[in-house]
Design a protein around this ligand. Structure first.
Ligand code: ADP
Ligand code: MG
Length: 278
């Protein structure tokens, strides 16, 4: 089976400062990271603030080019710097951020937020776009009554549902979720994680799920990659990483992780995997 996503020795440096007379400094944000994710699976990327998670997310979503290394999507090499990117390639990978409010236009109705990607990427008529937006609203647990409302009229959890719906409008194969539940209350976190699990099943989606919270990742990850100062210090199947963490940093993360209210997620995923989770 080909991997939907593959990273080979990805590196990203940032040059900061400098100016006319100042001396510039290089930040090595991601230092040679390799991974691969198969269709329908979830790779969790975990680590403390500043370890390079969002930098990695920007490379995977083709927002930033890596300084070096290779990125392959559906087996095809991505080369933003030299060859540009086709629209089809761009559509394959979508991202959901921690705070979707920042990317929602306060004066745009939610129905239009969802229909907009179709306007930009398809030849569908206005009424077809509207129908598709309405369908997707339902898929993420909202209703037609929300169609004409503005972003400020929604709760944090609802806004995250909208961001997920918008990301899915163009039928991506890969969703990068950068701390998607970190700003939410625990019970709402559980609802969003359940929704993501359902959508993954229904659409065969592949996820890269980024979090600083190991307890969240525990229930959604197939594989877990732990980053520390731009490097991967642990990478393997969930059970392995959780039962026998190899690296002292992973053990520290365990100790620092609050226990979330994730009973419903546990039940959901146990059912899905057909096995009892520890
Ligand atoms: P995380 O998402 O894990 O918190 P980031 O990927 O945002 O980490 O940041 C990794 C490192 O790269 C940090 O030291 C951060 O300060 C630095 N960094 C991130 N983005 C930039 C940028 N645009 N310019 C300069 N340095 C950056
Ligand atoms: Mg980040």
């Amino acid at each position: 089976m080909t991997a939907v996503l593959e990273g080979k020795n990805l590196v990203r440096d940032y040059h900061i400062g400098g100016g006319l007379f100042g001396r510039s400094k290089i930040v090595h944000a991601v230092k040679g990271v390799s991974f691969s994710v198969e269709k329908g699976k979830t790779l969790a990327v975990v680590g403390e603030s500043g370890c390079g998670k969002s930098t990695l997310a920007r490379m995977i979503t083709m927002i930033d080019a890596p300084t070096s290394g290779e990125l392959l999507i559906d087996g095809e090499r991505v080369d933003i710097a030299h060859r540009g990117l086709s629209k089809a390639m761009r559509r394959k990978v979508q991202i959901v951020f921690q705070n979707p409010y920042g990317s929602l236009n306060p004066r745009q109705k939610i129905g239009d937020v969802l229909a907009e990607p179709l306007l930009l990427n398809t030849d569908l008529s206005a009424s077809e776009r509207r129908d598709r937006a309405m369908q997707m609203l339902k898929k993420v647990g909202l209703g037609s009554e929300h169609f004409n409302r503005y972003p400020h009229m929604f709760s944090g959890g609802q806004r995250q549902r909208i961001a997920i719906a918008r990301a899915l409008m163009v039928n991506p194969s890969l969703l990068v979720l950068d701390e998607p539940v970190s700003a939410l209350d625990l019970s709402v976190q559980a609802q969003i994680l359940n929704l993501l699990a359902d959508l993954q099943d229904e659409f065969g989606l592949t996820y890269v799920f980024i979090s600083h919270d190991l307890s969240v990742v525990r229930y959604i990850a197939d594989d877990v990659m732990v980053m520390y100062f731009g490097e991967v210090v642990e990478y393997g199947p969930r059970e392995q990483v959780f039962s026998v963490p190899q690296h002292s940093y992973t053990r520290t993360l365990f100790a620092a992780t609050p226990k979330s209210d994730v009973d419903s997620i546990r039940a959901r995923l146990a059912k899905r995997a057909g096995l009892a989770l520890a």
